[in-house]
Write a protein that binds this ligand. Structure first.
Ligand SMILES: [Zn+2]
Length: 182
């Protein structure tokens, strides 16, 4: 599969390590939360670097495709049959995740609210059911999101492994939607 065959790219958030090479998806529409785009364009100074901000003289990668970004509100939204965007704020103000219905049940691609699987294992010896990501803009929201993910029966894919998750959907044999989630 080639990048130009991808129809939809979901960007869970706009940190530099989740938007690399977006311009290679020449025919894709990009989905980002409105809150994340707004914040990424004018973050607080201590987060300039993680957004490769123009305030530092850098050019954020996502600006190369900004005319193809479709923003969504921070609430559940189905973007294709069996593919749901959900709000997972805390790691960044507008972080979103994706829930895909599979034969084995719902599967959440959680982005960096769960950066590694070790975050879900927690530290039982310290009575910590999960471990927070080291980067967050709202600790309480991040904790609440992790709490609800831990209580759900969904399978969870972390943000940094695999780096990219690719799902293929075929609908009525005629419409094919390729979705990438970063
Ligand atoms: Zn991040």
């Amino acid at each position: 599969m080639k990048p130009e065959e991808i129809d939809i790219v979901v960007l869970t958030h706009l940190h530099w390590d989740h938007v690399g090479n977006v311009s290679r998806f020449r025919n894709a529409q990009f989905i980002v939360s409105r809150e994340e785009l707004r914040f990424a364009l004018d973050p607080i100074p201590c987060l300039y670097l993680v957004y490769e901000s123009h305030q530092l003289g850098m050019q954020p990668e996502f600006l190369k495709v900004v005319d193809r970004i479709k923003t969504v509100n921070m609430k559940d939204k189905e973007i294709a049959e069996g593919v749901l965007i959900i709000p997972l704020p805390g790691h960044s103000p507008g972080s979103i995740g994706v829930v895909v219905e599979t034969e084995k049940g719902p599967h959440v691609i959680a982005g960096d609210v769960v950066p590694k699987y070790a975050n879900l294992k927690g530290a039982p010896e310290e009575r910590l059911p999960y471990l927070m990501s080291g980067i967050y803009t709202d600790m309480l929201r991040c904790g609440n999101v992790l709490n609800s993910l831990m209580k759900s029966s969904s399978m969870i894919t972390s943000g940094l492994f695999p780096v990219m998750t690719l799902w293929f959907f075929e609908k009525r044999d005629t419409l094919r939607i390729f979705i990438c989630i970063f």
